[in-house]
Design a protein around this ligand. Structure first.
Ligand code: ADP
Length: 888
């Protein structure tokens, strides 16, 4: 039922008083206690008083007493009342009073009326009572139920003026009962609390003879308690509705500022919201700026009207000047609630006087700190003119609001700060994505060009890290050096701005490559190797200076003249293998990179490494394939050569043997000996050829498998034996020029074989009068002038060696054939057109033998028509103590 039906315009609609509920309850009480009227006073904690909220009575009571003298509080004329009682008690008729005399039956709405203050001045709605004042104040104070006559009430309790007291119905008896708040809720919550008196109910009789009985006291108390509980419940329900309303509004606040805060909009929203929750007469929002360490008063409302110009001219104060504010918000981490009625000390004057005027005269003050984790970002202060204006429940709602606002402001600040960098970060992201896809495309597509990848790699790295220079150093095969493979510089600084060679007038690209080839940094055993094991590191100017000392010219210039202050060096790893180092920096800049940048560079390097590996593998496969094709070609050539080589001795053998068979009767013994000699020689040729071929196949590419008898070999003896063997079949004279007593480390048989082969070639490819000479001497490896492809870093340069050279004055070897002749089955082009026989296996086999014995064999010098020099070295050995020259 709504209050509208009741038509109670004189009642102030009060959110806190559930009029309909109270009416219903009082109706019930009137029925239960068979009385005429009832009123209820409720406690108002804001003013600490009881106030009559509702006064209700039976319409019949009014009708029944019409005609009584107004202004007289007499109960002497009670005939009508008696009649009524008699009638009603004796005959439960349809009369309202009669009906209501039966306990527990509440009068209907039509049977009761609201008593207005004009109608009756006893217990009028709106009357207030302090503690101990009047019967209501007395019952409240005593927490006791009282039954009394009207005369006694007037005599002992009534505090108003009895002169001209307007009453239309005069009560005869009163029952006054305190309404004690139920402590059930607190018991459930485990809190102990003194029960409060939340109201006082006054029941009265108007009919003579109708009295309240003592036993009804307990009953009334119980009833009153039930009413208290109802009211309490009602309040809780209202709170709940209000809270969910607040929550909805809080939600609105939090969604109002997702990323950006317009301060003006924020503060008005905060004010609107706070005003809906509590009474706000003045408000002050103060922010603390961590960057400048100053406090700003950004918004103020003084007595309901905004204080102008604050956002434009914030009052910036360092915390030292606002110690109380600082302490309350920073250290005490609390909401500060001041009851200004009892505020005297001046402790908080600093908070109370400011842009929002002097608030010391206000009734209540509330300060809510704005905290993000442990950081203070500001505070919200509000005041109300009323005392006790801010209750626990409301403060909680405001605290939630402040939390939301705090997060909003912090977000907005962060957003402001990162807004600038977001754009750049986006670009980087896009770049990384582009790089990813670029690398992915490369690694799966046919464009498997290591150079291309390396250039893309350095360019992307420079752009990702925002540096002007980015360089990829690759580890050399033996890890001795780091060699620049690719470099990228923004147009501002170009590596060729360095005056590397001012006389060189090369186009940019050439100049670049020329320069890169010269940049070589020491790696193995250097600081770089030591540091890169740990991950990324910085190469600073002093380290660069140190490194430069161990460098060749290119490296030194690079380290000292490219403005290295702090170069970030990122390892480029393929799985666990170090492929190289990526160096990024901006010349002359001492910049530290952020973890995210380093992370990106590491990721990029890893991707680049696998892309490079893929490309390298692809290149190797391509090379192997090319090699395979070359080998096929050689095999074809060999078949032609071999068949020719085989056919020549075979035709000799078959020729002479046929001759012997057919002419056996006619040929003389000398002829037989000659033919047999020819056959034997041809057979030897065949045997040699077949042997060479088997040997070549056997040693193949895996030379280590050779079964060698390594020991000291006397060179002189080996050469002599070879010369003796050969001189039977050749025209040329072989000269020797050798230091005495040279011993080499090797297998005697193979050493001799190599020398024989070289001398045989010298004779084969020379004219009959050509001079052939063997020159041998002792030296150390470092003094040997090795061709680049025969240089082996792993061999100690101080190794004592014996150098053996075979000189001839023969046809020489064309330049383009010089490298190839050591390959299997390869013969120089000119030899293919001459009648000189050969398989193209000799030099191949010789080189493998020498290498297997720890030496090297190469063509030292040759020019068409001017002869050749073939050279080999073997490790020199001391002569054995007991020498058996015969074995060599
Ligand atoms: P073969 O002599 O059986 O053809 P080798 O492997 O010994 O095979 O030599 C390979 C090729 O090198 C020869 O075919 C020849 O063309 C060239 N060659 C080797 N030694 C000499 C030399 N002393 N003078 C000129 N050419 C030579």
């Amino acid at each position: 039922m709504s209050t509208a039906i009741w038509g109670e315009p004189e009642l102030q609609p009060d959110q806190n008083v559930p009029t309909a509920l109270l009416t219903h309850l009082l109706q019930q009480m009137i029925g239960q206690f068979a009385c005429t009227g009832a009123c209820i006073a409720l406690y108002d904690d804001q003013y600490d008083q009881m106030e009559i909220r509702l006064h209700l009575r039976l319409r019949e009571a009014h009708v029944a007493t019409t005609g009584l003298t107004r202004g007289g509080a007499s109960n002497e004329s009670s005939n009508i009342h008696d009649r009524h009682i008699t009638v009603n008690l004796g005959d439960p008729s349809n009369s309202a009073i009669g009906r209501l005399k039966r306990p527990s039956q509440a009068p209907s709405l039509d049977d009761v009326e609201l008593v207005s203050p004009q109608q009756n001045e006893l217990f009028p709605v709106g009357a207030i009572y302090r503690l101990k004042q009047d019967v209501i104040g007395y019952v409240w104070h005593k927490n006791e139920t009282h039954i009394m006559r009207h005369e006694d009430y007037l005599a002992f309790f009534y505090t108003g003026s009895q002169e001209g007291l307007q009453v239309d119905v005069v009560p005869t008896w009163y029952l006054v009962v305190p309404m004690q708040e139920s402590t059930l809720v607190d018991e459930v919550r485990g809190r102990e609390k003194q029960p409060r008196i939340t109201g006082v109910i006054v029941l009265y009789q108007t009919v003579a003879g109708a009295v309240f009985q003592q036993k009804q006291r307990a009953e009334a108390r119980e009833f009153a308690e039930r009413i208290a509980l109802y009211i309490q419940n009602d309040q809780l329900r209202r709170r709940q509705i209000r809270s969910s309303d607040y929550l909805k509004q809080l939600q609105n606040i939090s969604t109002a500022f997702p990323t950006s805060v317009q301060l003006a909009k924020l503060v008005t929203t905060v004010h609107d919201f706070a005003s809906k929750v509590v009474d706000v007469s003045s408000m002050l929002i103060t922010l603390y700026d961590r960057d400048t360490k100053k406090i700003y008063e950004v918004f103020a409302i003084q007595d309901g009207s905004p204080v102008d110009d604050l956002p434009e001219n914030p009052r910036a104060i360092p915390p030292e000047e606002r110690p109380v504010w600082w302490r309350v918000t920073q250290q005490e981490e609390k909401t500060l609630l001041l009851d200004l009625a009892h505020y005297e000390l001046g402790d908080y004057d600093e908070l109370l006087i400011g842009s929002w005027g002097d608030q010391r005269k206000a009734g209540s003050f509330l300060l809510l700190p704005m905290k993000m984790f442990n950081r203070v970002i500001g505070s919200l202060c509000i005041t109300s003119m009323h005392p006790n204006a801010y209750q626990e429940e409301e403060i909680q709602v405001l605290e939630t609001m402040v939390q939301i606002v705090t997060v909003s402001i912090e977000n907005a600040k962060l957003y402001e700060r990162s807004r600038q960098t977001v754009h750049a970060a986006k670009q980087r992201e896009e770049l990384l994505a582009a790089m990813n896809s670029a690398l992915q495309t490369i690694s799966v597509s046919t464009v498997l060009d290591v150079n291309d990848i390396q250039h893309k790699f350095v360019e992307s790295a420079a752009k990702l890290a925002h540096t002007e220079m980015s360089i990829f150093f690759q580890c050399s095969a033996n890890s001795e050096h780091l060699i620049v493979q690719a470099a990228y510089e923004t147009p501002k600084v170009r590596i060729d701005d360095i005056e590397f060679d001012e006389h060189e007038q090369l186009p940019n690209q050439d100049k670049h490559e020329n320069l890169f080839e010269k940049i070589r940094l020491p790696f193995k055993g250097s600081t770089l190797e030591y540091l890169v094991v740990e991950g990324f590191f910085y190469l600073d100017d002093s380290m660069a200076e140190e490194l430069a000392k161990e460098c060749d010219e290119g490296g030194t210039i690079f380290l000292l003249e490219t403005g290295i202050k702090k170069m970030l060096m990122v390892p480029v790893l393929y799985q666990a293998e170090l492929i190289g180092i990526l160096g990024v920096h901006t010349p002359k800049q001492n910049r530290k990179f952020r973890p995210t940048e380093i992370g990106m560079l590491l990721a990029l390097s890893a991707q680049a490494a696998s892309a490079m590996r893929n490309a390298q593998m692809y290149e190797e496969i391509q090379e192997a394939y090319a090699e395979q094709q070359q080998l096929d070609k050689l095999k074809d050539e060999f078949l032609v050569t071999a068949s020719h080589e085989l056919r020549t001795p075979l035709s000799a053998i078959s020729g002479y043997s046929t001759l012997l068979k057919r002419q056996s009767g006619r040929i003389n013994p000398q002829q037989i000996t000659r033919f047999a000699g020819k056959i034997a020689s041809a057979t030897q040729q065949l045997t040699d050829l077949v042997n060479s071929m088997t040997e070549a196949t056997k040693i193949g590419t895996v030379d280590k498998k050779l079964d060698l008898q390594i020991g000291p070999v006397q060179l002189q003896a080996a050469v002599e034996m070879a010369v003796n063997l050969l001189s039977v079949n050749i025209e040329q004279k072989i000269m020797t020029q050798m230091e005495a007593d040279l011993w080499v480390k090797g297998d005697p048989l193979r050493v001799r074989q190599v020398i024989t082969n070289l001398l045989d070639n010298a004779a084969k490819y020379s004219l009959e009068d050509g001079r052939i000479e063997v020159i041998a001497g002792a030296t150390v490896l470092s003094k040997v002038d090795l061709p680049e492809d025969q240089f082996d870093v792993e061999v100690d340069p101080h190794l004592p060696v014996v150098l053996v050279q075979v000189h001839d004055e023969g046809q020489g070897i064309d330049y383009e054939d010089q490298q190839k002749i050591f390959e299997k089955f390869v013969r120089a082009t000119r030899s293919l057109t001459t009648p000189v026989r050969g398989s193209g296996l000799g030099l191949f086999i010789c080189r493998r033998y020498i290498e297997a014995m720890g030496g090297k064999l190469w063509l030292e010098q040759s020019a068409p028509g001017e002869g050749s020099v073939f050279t080999f070295y073997l490790q020199r050995m001391d002569a054995p103590v007991e020498v058996d020259k015969g074995t060599n």
